[in-house]
Design a binder for this molecule. Structure first.
Ligand SMILES: [Zn+2]
Length: 487
């Protein structure tokens, strides 16, 4: 109807233009449907197929009513010609194949992070045996309750060089998401329980059921303020859709999952996941065949986070500033010394300490990078950021400007000084070594190096923000436009 109205008022030329516009829009829509749901299905079947996949995903999150709604949203999105795919959204699962990295990306840069949630349990020893045999490292997001029951298994996880993350104390959604204060208490209690066993509190946190529809902005912000790093996932193995999902179905989900340069895979090692244990050797082989190496998640890895839902699943009030001042302000887990894994024997090549000048240009050239700190938003175009291993480097000048700081370059031989309200970072121009200084005496050698290239000093965003204690509240890579994505 609207279209007809438009036609009446337009010249033949404009009409042709309008038609080509519509045709290109439809092309984008069709391509999107193909990207999102695989090949050859007609839209109605694709809709059904996508719906059931989404349904399974939602079932894992305990909400079967949401799938249709989300799917509608997804189609709505694809109708907009240049709508960016929100990289932090739940639709990620489906959008990812569209931005999946091609097999031509050098194998050495492809990393998969295997993660196991809800343990440690009776299956954890079997998982650890397989990982040891395959010489693969993984990350375990543990429950405080399970740690209390199986401290020796947590010790073993740590001793064998795997990473540990915090997955709340008892996983009870209603408790955790009806009030942030409950979530906070469970994270603190679990952190303590872990610390009692392995001697440190991990910064990594995974929300039970994932953050989508569960977290709001305040959950993200307060956890980030205290130095916790929240991670969702890219690929759901589907092992938790219902009880005893068979190995064949788990493998199907893995094969259908996104394969990004850095891919985070969700699995479970809690009771009732014997099939996950059976599937694990095949999962490892699958990623190995695709040229992936296996690494543990560390605190300098860019977190995978679903976007904050506009819709509400939980009724709750925001916590008060007084409560924040009393509870959150007192905590900073950034100071927790995380275990040094560098020296461990590793099956695959470890990245050298000095960042290689290998930039993942293929992905960068088609993505914008958006980062939000408490000061505001940084919106970087391709060329204004570089992905080096697991970090996003940006020009020092952009960050000092953003934080109202100052960059001072005296001459070629003196270090570059980055002045912030909180202190000063100096970067040696020959070695790239960085030193943090607060006041006159307090000096700290930083673990990252700056890279000077054609007169621009590049620094890694997250570690630098960590140093000057400014939380990185949110970050995302956004495809420039849907139409540009290469099938
Ligand atoms: Zn869980």
């Amino acid at each position: 109807m609207l279209m007809m109205k438009v036609f009446v008022r337009r010249s033949p030329h404009a009409r042709r233009k309008r038609w080509s516009n519509i045709v290109s829009k439809m092309l984008v829509l069709v391509l999107t449907v193909v990207f999102l749901f695989g090949t050859g299905l007609d839209p109605i079947d694709a809709n059904k197929a996508g719906g059931s996949r989404l349904q399974s995903w939602m079932e894992h999150m305990g909400d079967t009513r949401d799938a249709k709604d989300l799917l509608d949203k997804q189609f709505h999105l694809s109708e907009q010609e240049s709508a960016p795919i929100p990289t932090r959204s739940i639709t990620n699962e489906f959008a990812n194949p569209a931005i999946a990295v091609k097999e031509s990306v050098p194998s050495s840069s492809k990393v998969v992070y295997l993660t196991f949630d809800d343990g440690p349990s009776k299956h954890t020893a079997d998982v650890l045996d397989i990982l040891k045999r395959e010489k693969v490292k993984a990350t375990f997001f543990v429950l405080g309750k399970q740690v209390k029951e199986n401290p020796e298994l947590l010790k073993r996880i740590d001793a064998e060089g795997h990473a540990i993350g915090n997955h709340s104390y008892n996983h009870a959604y209603k408790k955790l998401y009806s009030d942030f204060r409950n979530f906070w208490q469970q994270i603190r209690d679990t952190g303590q329980a872990i610390k009692e066993v392995v001697g440190y509190e991990p910064r990594l946190v995974r929300a039970p059921g994932g953050t989508y529809l569960n977290f709001d902005k305040q959950y993200f912000e307060l956890l980030s303020q205290a130095g916790y790093i929240v991670h969702d996932w890219h690929v759901d193995s589907g092992d938790s859709k219902r009880a005893n999902v068979p190995k064949s179905e788990i493998m199907k989900s893995i094969r259908a999952g996104a394969r990004l340069p850095h891919t985070v895979v969700l699995m479970h090692d809690s009771a009732g996941h014997g099939e996950t244990v059976k599937a694990l050797p095949d999962i490892i082989n699958f990623y190995r065949d695709k040229g992936y190496t296996f690494e543990i998640m560390t605190s300098d890895l860019e977190p995978v986070q679903f976007k904050v839902a506009t819709r509400k699943r939980w009724e709750r009030k925001a916590v008060s500033q007084a409560w924040i001042d009393q509870h959150v302000k007192a905590v900073d887990v950034r100071g927790e010394k995380q275990p040094e894994r560098q020296g461990e024997q590793r099956p695959e090549k470890r990245p050298e300490k000095q960042p290689q000048k290998h930039f993942d240009n293929q992905k960068e050239s088609s993505m914008r990078f958006k980062a939000t700190t408490e000061v505001g938003m940084l919106n970087l175009q391709p060329g204004q950021y570089k992905r080096i291993q697991q970090n996003t480097y940006i020009p020092a000048r952009i960050l000092t400007t953003h934080l109202d700081g100052e960059i001072i370059i005296n001459d070629h031989s003196s270090p570059i000084e980055l002045h912030f309200k909180q202190g000063t970072i100096t970067v040696n121009r020959t070695t790239g070594d960085a030193v943090w200084q607060v006041g006159k005496n307090e000096r700290e050698r930083l673990t990252w190096k700056g890279i000077e290239e054609s007169g621009v000093l590049w620094i890694p965003l997250r570690p630098v923000l960590d140093t000057i204690t400014i939380p990185l509240l949110k970050h995302e890579f956004i495809p420039l436009e849907l139409g540009k994505i290469d099938a």
